[in-house]
Design a binder for this molecule. Structure first.
Ligand code: ZN
Ligand code: ZN
Length: 120
């Protein structure tokens, strides 16, 4: 009887444990940074992500990766926990995050500025 058949099960359980831990870290980070999108108030955690307030994500990723394989080298949520959830980050939903990344702003911001500037 070979042991080989047990390895996939073991590997799977390790992967799942890792995934659970990362999910836990992600939730912890999201809650620490406010638990909802800073821009639009989206609170469903599936949509939420951590954003670099100063748009220095690329630079930070380089640091995390130690000049190597982008920030996959180190999970952002692991890094945040290790660094005691430093300032300079905020929670954004993927919509707002992508809008900011692709266009440099989120349309929500313009909309809220417009509605604020309208006379009551
Ligand atoms: Zn949002
Ligand atoms: Zn937005």
């Amino acid at each position: 009887m070979s042991d080989k058949s047990r390895y996939p099960v073991l590997a799977k359980s390790i992967a799942e444990r890792g995934r659970d831990y990362r999910r836990h870290l992600r939730m912890e980070a999201l809650l620490t940074y406010g638990g909802k999108c800073t821009c639009c108030g989206e609170w469903r955690y599936e949509f939420l992500t951590i954003d670099h307030i100063n748009n220095d994500g690329a630079e930070h990723r380089r640091k995390l990766a130690n000049g190597r394989d982008r920030w996959k080298a180190k999970n952002i949520y692991v890094w945040l926990k290790e660094n005691d959830y430093p300032e300079g980050f905020q929670v954004l939903c993927t919509n707002c995050n992508c809008a900011k990344a692709w266009h440099g702003y989120c349309p929500h911001t313009e909309e809220s500025q417009l509605s604020q500037s309208q006379p009551q």
